[in-house]
Ligand binder design. Structure first.
Ligand code: DAV
Length: 366
């Protein structure tokens, strides 16, 4: 029997990875947590349903192209099994008219060493998304005797989990920024809620973004679940829609992080990096002024790269400034055309989930 699952960070040499699929993807109906993430002027406001078939086809083409790049470099790629995401769902606590997608796997699966844990997402429409990954989890379980197959405590997601009318339609960008700066987010603290993409793994240290999708109770839960790791809360006051750390604060190799210049890590939270001689570099400007149509994410998916090893990184093909910067920072850059997959939930990092990276759990902040 082989070792299949092992990953302690986002930069060690990547050997096996999951790449999402766009099949049957939905724009989910509005619910307490999601409406906060859709900008008021977005064409997605007030609409929901199956995403247009042509866009699904094109998104899948992009992801298949990423798979080919990875496989050509000897990385083993696994794919989820899509469900009919347009089904209505219900639990004893809530009903929702549809699910969403099995893109981005990064939001759902957290790999820490030999463990892959399914997350505790705050969106009701994502409650059953983990099922798309269960066939893979079973396979890893059968083939790797050390694999820990885990599910985080499932949130109930009753109305008590959210602040209702948290934003009204007329809220200005400035007011949003005040909320972010005050760490006042749409979720309450009645239970742990978190998206895996809010966690940045760095060996003995795990940094967790407090924002629209991950609450403080989740951090408390992680510190108890992983007593041997140091859990750090981080937040980025300049982000009006703070969701996921991977278009904000992105490590390229030990000692080097790129930080979104509009979402700077506060001074007191930089201390741990500076004390350990890590360099925090402002990320290059995105090449686009607008995200593609029907996209939840910002133009900063430009930073959302997939590091293959400490010298090699995949960057979206049209993001020429980000490529140029990575090149200057000493990385070999592999461009990959992925922009038409952005509407399904994100860029290169989002679209993947780590299964195996060479290397072990190191202490980068001794
Ligand atoms: O900038 O919209 C997107 C992160 C997706 N995982 C943003 C964050």
């Amino acid at each position: 029997m082989a070792k299949i699952v092992n990953s302690w960070n986002d930069w060690d040499p990547l050997k096996r990875v999951i790449v999402g699929r766009c099949d049957n993807s939905m724009i989910p109906p509005e619910e307490p947590a999601t409406s906060e993430k859709v900008p008021v002027d977005s064409e997605m406001r007030g609409m929901w349903g199956l995403r247009p078939a042509k866009t699904v086809e094109r998104g899948n083409e992009c992801l298949d192209n990423l798979v080919k790049i990875l496989e050509d470099r000897g990385v083993v790629v696994d794919r989820p099994t899509p469900l009919q995401w347009n089904q209505a769902i219900g639990t004893p606590d809530f009903r929702n008219d549809s699910m969403m997608t099995c893109m981005p796997p990064r939001d759902i699966l957290l790999t820490v060493g030999n463990e892959i844990m399914a997350s505790a997402n705050s969106f009701r429409c994502r409650y059953f998304e983990y099922l798309a990954y269960w066939p893979l989890m079973k396979q890893y379980f059968d083939e790797d005797p050390d694999f820990l197959w885990t599910q985080a405590p499932r949130p109930r997601l009753t109305d008590a989990s959210y602040k209702h009318n948290y934003y009204d339609e007329k809220i200005t960008l400035e007011e949003r920024l005040v909320r972010t700066a005050n760490k006042d987010f749409v979720t309450t603290e009645v239970e742990p809620m978190w998206d895996a993409a809010d966690l940045m793994r760095m060996g003995k240290d795990i940094f967790i973004q407090h924002g629209l999708t991950t609450n403080r109770t989740a951090m408390d839960w992680f510190q108890r679940y992983y007593p041997e790791y140091r859990i750090h809360a981080v937040n980025f006051p300049g982000d009006p829609y703070p969701i996921h750390i991977d278009a904000t604060f992105v490590p390229l190799r030990p000692g080097l992080i790129i930080n979104n210049p509009h979402r700077k890590l506060p001074e007191e939270q930089r201390a741990i990096f500076e004390a350990n001689d890590w360099q925090i570099v402002e990320a290059a400007q995105p090449a686009h002024d607008e995200p593609p149509a029907l996209c939840y994410s910002s133009v900063w998916l430009s930073m959302n790269c997939l590091v293959l090893d400490p010298k090699t990184v995949i960057v979206e093909a049209s993001e020429v400034y980000q490529q140029e910067q990575m090149d200057k920072l000493g990385m070999n850059v592999i461009p990959c055309d992925l922009r038409d997959a952005y509407p399904f939930g994100g860029g290169l990092h989002c679209s993947t989930a780590d299964v195996y990276r060479e290397g072990e759990c190191l202490d980068y902040f001794p």
